[in-house]
Design a protein around this ligand. Structure first.
Ligand code: PLP
Length: 456
């Protein structure tokens, strides 16, 4: 058996093509093109099997918030693996890392959250959300309250429940949607709003679509509304400040539970610990994953607010739900080390006061580029909307796949940036220096120029 350091890129690619079915991938076309083999990471950089250094503008998959190679996290995993690599929490048992992480999560999340239910990923967390909100209404004697409202173009994972909650037609088309999930439009100003009203007025209007939908369905049938504070995988769509407080008001008016999917926004990404704090709303439930361990090891879960916890704990009886890896001790130990690192190093405050504002300033400068129709940032997330005509903000014909062309240039020039249609997005690690932000912006500029040259 060949060890990992001895194979050439071609050998890796051949074995990959022969056996490995990648997520969200056209298997045949990838096998023909060959994958890029990432072999090492340090700080905000990756290296591939050809030795090329790459600035990771996406923190892996929105998760490596503290960067690669943080010794605290590595030590925590190693120590826990030696002490107790696994035990479950099913049969009146628990483990010290799971208990301590529950305590620490109660400390760093908003005050209504005193309880946590652990899962293995964001998708599993959202499956738990579906079960939990329906169980909540069952226990309260309102079993007809089943409908969960979400938004088009949202991403809530790719299990059957996660994919159904999400609003991505490509996912719905393969495997269908579970019953009683309904979608409304997303608050995307560039697409929907800019001709007729101000950004903030648009926020109120976009929130009113929820009110209208709840009224149409009947509030007595609606269990919950779920949304990402900033729609991430949909293209870093930052809503107006008016949007979320109005969503909160509408949910309160109808007694509907409010769920914040914090899988991307959680743990400092937006400049507060959680996105709901940045946007000023008070969810009843919160899904988390990714940044809880900075992606070093899988962990997800649901923070359960007092409104729901009081019903499930005091009156709910047995909750027939759980995963083998709920509260996995190694994952919890890594999460503890990760959160303590974020606290000790003041990572969230730095994103809020220094890094986020600097990224916003540098992104705003990208508006000068002829290809750029709009930029948006929130904390350490940014989007660049590519357009055919800057003055009228006319978009490109989608068949040109301009975003993919730009992404190709990024890959070729040592930057990982993602394309969502023609919206180029970044979510780099939260531990960057200002000089590294400049380096990233320089690479983005260069790749925009190369993309523009290709279009001529
Ligand atoms: N929710 C959001 C907002 C996400 O961005 C993601 C993944 O990108 C998920 C849920 C699903 O998380 P996972 O891939 O860990 O299942």
């Amino acid at each position: 058996m060949t060890t990992t350091t001895q194979r050439s890129t071609r050998e890796w690619q051949a074995a990959d093509a022969a056996h490995y079915l990648h997520p969200f991938t056209d298997f045949k076309s990838l096998a023909a093109k060959g994958t890029r083999v990432i072999t090492r990471g340090d700080n905000i950089y990756l290296w591939d099997s050809e030795g090329q250094k790459i600035l990771d503008g996406m923190s892996g998959l929105w998760c490596v918030n503290v960067g690669y190679g943080q010794q605290d996290l590595i030590d925590a995993a190693t120590t826990q693996l030696k002490t107790l690599p696994f035990y479950n929490s099913f049969f009146q048992t628990t483990t010290p890392p799971a208990i301590e992480l529950s305590e620490l999560l109660a400390e760093v999340t908003p005050p209504q959250f005193q309880h946590v239910f652990f899962a293995g990923s964001g998708s599993e967390g959202n499956d738990t959300i579906v079960r939990m909100v329906r169980r909540y209404w069952d226990v309260l004697g309102q079993p007809q309250r089943k409908v969960i409202i979400s938004r088009n173009n949202a991403y809530h994972g790719s299990t059957l429940a996660g994919g159904s909650l999400g609003g991505m037609s490509g996912i719905h088309a393969q495997g269908g949607v579970i019953p009683d999930i309904v979608h409304i439009e997303q608050p995307f100003f560039f697409e929907h709003g800019r001709q007729s009203r101000s950004f903030e007025d648009f926020g109120l209007e976009a929130a009113s679509w929820l009110d209208r939908k709840i009224t149409e369905i009947g509030a007595d049938k609606v269990a919950a509304f779920i949304g990402e504070p900033v729609q991430g995988a949909g293209g870093v769509i930052v809503p107006p400040a008016s949007y979320w407080p109005e969503i909160q008001r509408i949910c309160d008016k109808h007694g509907v539970l409010l769920v914040s999917d914090e899988v991307i926004c959680g743990f400092g990404r937006t400049g507060q610990w959680f996105g709901c704090e940045t946007f000023g709303f008070r969810p009843d439930l919160m899904t988390f994953a990714k940044g809880v361990t900075s992606g070093y090891i899988p962990l997800g879960g649901v923070m359960v607010g007092e409104r729901v916890a009081r019903v499930l704990v005091d009156q709910g009886g047995e909750f027939n739900h759980g995963y083998t890896y709920s509260g996995h001790p190694v994952a919890c130990a890594v999460a503890l080390a990760n959160i303590r690192f974020i606290q000790r190093e003041g990572v969230v405050e730095r994103v809020r006061n220094e890094l986020g504002p600097y990224l916003a300033k540098r992104f705003a400068e990208l508006n000068e580029h002829p290809l750029v129709g709009e930029t948006q940032t929130c904390g350490m997330m940014g989007a660049v909307q590519l357009v055919k005509d800057k003055a009228s903000r006319t978009v490109f014909d989608s068949s040109l796949e301009v975003g993919m062309v730009c992404r190709g240039h990024c890959f070729g020039n040592g930057l990982i940036m993602r394309a969502v249609g023609d919206r180029m997005i970044v979510a780099p690690p939260l531990v960057m220096t200002l000089a590294q932000v400049d380096e990233m912006i320089g690479l983005i500029h260069q790749c925009l120029d190369l993309t523009l040259a290709d279009l001529k």
